[in-house]
Write a protein that binds this ligand. Sequence first.
Ligand SMILES: [Zn+2]
Length: 232
Amino acid sequence: MSSFKKLTIQVESNTGEIITREITPLVEQVLTADEQAALTPDSVIQSLQEGNQRFVEGDLTARDHTEQIRKTVGGQFPKAVILSCVDSRVPVEDVFDKGIGDIFVARVAGNFVNEDILGSMEFGCKVSGSKVILVLGHEHCGAVKAAVDNVKLGNITAMLSKIRPAVASVAYNGDRSSKNEEFVHLVCEHNVNKTIQDIRDNSPILKEMEDKGEIKIIGGVYDMDTGKVDFL
Ligand SMILES: [Zn+2]
């Protein structure tokens, strides 16, 4: 066991009473090379699902980040690569109850892939041994809404052109504007699935790893209201 100090936290009980608890922050979850090698894609997916469940329940693991920084200085062996939108309301590590050294996180508005993101994913999986790629969309995504409305502004225009194909390929008879939440939701899901297909189509390295069962490439959508990730 490590010898660092305990933390004192105050939590509200079911009856509204403020109670003080002493907890020992977790540091042992920093992955080693051997632990990473022993993981399977399915066990990593399960770990992400269980972490999200703890996030939803407000039961995040307390971590001693100072200690974790020291433990990871010699190298990193993260278990997954997560591609998220830049949205400030989606705190990726917290959403999956993960800490330092646990996951690679790539972020771009609208969670699409380009050459640089694909290179980062190949680094995460082929070079650094991650077992899962998760493309994480989210509800009420401003980038998706802007793509739906075909917004044109500075560099945003070119960025949205990466999401526009997902908008165009959603078959939907009805209001195809960002005012229609149902349509925006469909585009959001479709954009995640399209990104997954783009990864397979444009990264022979990741496609081969997936075909061999070395990694899994999955999608999810983050629900703003509950904090829950629906795995697609
Ligand atoms: Zn977004």
